[in-house]
Design a protein around this ligand. Sequence first.
Ligand code: MUC
Ligand code: MG
Length: 372
Amino acid sequence: MSTVIQHIETLLVDLPTIRPHKLSMTTMACQTMVIVRMRHSDGIEGIGEGTTIGGLAYGPESPESIKRNIDTYLAPLLVGQPSNNVHQLRARLNRHARGNMIAKSALETALLDAQGKRLGLSVAELLGGVRQDHLPVLWTLASGDTAKDIDEAMLRLEQRRHCDFKLKIGANPVDQDVRHVAAIKEALGDRASVRVDVNQAWDESTAVRGIQVLQDAGIELIEQPIGAREHAGLVRLANRFNVPMLADEAVQDARDGLDLVCGGFSGAFALKIAKSGGIYGVLELAHVAQAAGIGLYGGTLLEGTIGTAASLHAWATLPAMAWGTEMFGPLLLQDDIVVTPLNYTEFGVALPKGAGLGITLDEDKLVHYSRK
Ligand code: MUC
Ligand code: MG
């Protein structure tokens, strides 16, 4: 008899951050992860994670909606189905449920983790094999305070933890924000690359003003300066400036990627498993980008170790990404819910080894941080 999916459990896990993390739309003091535990009839358990930023501040799915929609709508579509055809199961979820990409990503991760454990292969091996097993990781400076950000960057450089930094701006008036960025770039000089993420906070004319100053200050990449749906505006900005634009919220999946490419976009795409409904969806987007000569960047929704590991398995199958990755989510959290944390060394992170994701839950920590 073939193996079937027997039971799917979801847990809301709240972990405090090491310091307030200030973005244009919210300030985070805690991260909430939805952890999926998927049990199969052969006794194997697959784990997955669905995580977003700031409740509903970042996007249309909240941790609570992810949990509720998995429990009520998505899990019943999977329970009782054969375990090992992930493509069929993805198609089934997409046929019966629209959107809910983060929830679908968490479920797909759990399916792939279980399938890897079953076959004795890592998720990256299941996907065809590893091309890179150590990935560069940048750090986001987002304390909201220029001097603190400079100290934090210096420390990370000294520790050989990170040498690329992303600054979250957009919450303050543009002149104040660009002064803050320019001061940090000046303090770091050539020792580090500095990029900004505006998280859609500017309109196009503000963006033109801000980006000009940032370009002159030596900033290397401008992430999502204007609204997610302003594709034409993003193309205009990409054509106007030498400093490249990184599309993040504007590019959820391969369809958005194709639209931007057809509209004449050049620059880079931030890949996130959560935006694209999982690893297969994000790799479709990566392939559109590769075909169009668009640079790749391994993005995060500030997932904990499980979601970060899932992303790393996806990025590991790609050639080196032009803009590296930002898979630092676990480092922003005060604690972890896994037995062995990821190994961050030499300005990057090692792909975890072992079957599936290569990650084991710490049951005590999971109970401790799970919402009652
Ligand atoms: C985003 O929009 O890129 C990634 C790093 C960070 O600090 O926030 C996220 C989300
Ligand atoms: Mg972003």
